[in-house]
Write a protein that binds this ligand. Structure first.
Ligand SMILES: N[C@@H](CCC(=O)N[C@@H](CS)C(=O)NCC(=O)O)C(=O)O
Length: 213
C-alpha cells in the first residue's frame, strides 16, 4: 500500500489520524499542494481528479475520498474500531460524518477558497478552473458558526459525537474545527463549552498528537 498525503491539508489529516490510531505503518508520499504538485502529470496519471488523500492498494486499486479510505483501513487493519461496531454505531458515525462534511467542512472550504488569493481560479478542489464568488466566502463564515452551534448541542448530550466512544465522526469534526480556526484566524469554539471539553480530550490522544505534529 502507498498513502498519498499532504500535512497542511485537512482531508489527508483525517486519514493520517486513522493510520496512527490503528498503529500501522504505511509507506507515505507527500504531494505538495502549496507547489500544485497534485496538478502535475505524474500525480494526475494516478488520480485524474488531482486531490489528496489517495491510498494505492497492492493490487493497483486507487482509493480516493477520506471517508472511503478510513472505512477500508478500519476493516483491513488491526487496532481499535473507528467506523462503528454494529449497524446503529456505523449509521451514527456516517450520519455525523455527513453533517460535519456538508455543514461544517464545506462552509470552511467556501470561505477559504472564495477569499484567498492562492485559490483564485481554483475555487473548488480538482482540475476545473472555477472562479471565486466573494459572497460564498461570507456565507461560508456564517455556516461555520451554525455548525459549531450544532456540534455544541450534540456534545452537550454525549461525550463523543456519534456515540459513547471515540469514532471517525470525532476525527472528521476535530479536523474540521481546526481547519475552521486556521481559516478564520480565531477560535470558532469560543463560547461553546462542550466543543472545548471534547476538543481537549481528542487533542490529548497520542495518535492525534503523532499525526498532527
Ligand atoms: N472528498 C475528498 C476531498 C479531497 C480534497 O478536497 N482534498 C484537498 C485537500 S484537503 C485537495 O487535494 N485539494 C487540491 C486542490 O485544491 O487542488 C476527501 O474527503 O478526501
Amino acid at each position: 500500500m502507498r498513502f498519498y498525503d499532504f500535512k497542511g491539508a485537512p482531508s489527508p489529516t483525517k486519514v493520517r489520524i486513522v493510520i496512527a490510531e490503528k498503529g500501522v505503518e504505511i509507506p507515505t508520499e507527500s504531494v505538495n499542494l502549496r507547489e500544485l504538485e497534485q496538478q502535475q502529470e505524474a500525480y494526475r496519471a494516478k488520480h485524474p481528479g488531482a486531490t489528496v488523500p489517495m491510498l494505492e492498494l497492492d493490487d493497483g486499486t486507487r482509493l480516493t475520498e477520506s471517508l472511503a479510505i478510513a472505512a477500508y483501513l478500519d476493516e483491513t487493519c488491526p487496532g481499535p474500531n473507528v467506523m462503528g461496531e454494529d449497524a446503529k454505531e456505523r449509521a451514527l458515525v456516517l450520519m455525523w460524518h455527513d453533517i460535519t462534511a456538508l455543514e461544517g467542512y464545506l462552509g470552511v472550504q467556501e470561505l477559504l477558497r472564495n477569499s484567498s488569493e492562492f485559490f483564485a481560479g481554483r475555487a473548488l478542489p480538482g482540475i476545473v478552473p472555477y472562479e471565486q464568488i466573494p459572497a460564498l466566502a461570507e456565507r461560508g463564515r456564517k455556516r461555520i458558526g451554525v455548525f459549531l452551534q450544532k456540534l455544541d448541542g450534540q456534545l452537550a448530550t454525549c461525550e463523543y459525537l456519534a456515540c459513547a466512544r471515540y469514532t471517525y465522526a470525532d476525527i472528521a469534526a476535530y479536523v474540521t474545527v481546526g481547519f475552521a480556526q486556521r481559516v478564520l484566524g480565531e477560535d470558532p469554539a469560543n463560547g461553546h463549552e462542550h466543543v472545548i471539553r471534547w476538543r481537549e480530550s481528542i487533542a490529548a490522544r497520542p495518535a492525534v498528537i503523532a499525526a498532527t505534529q
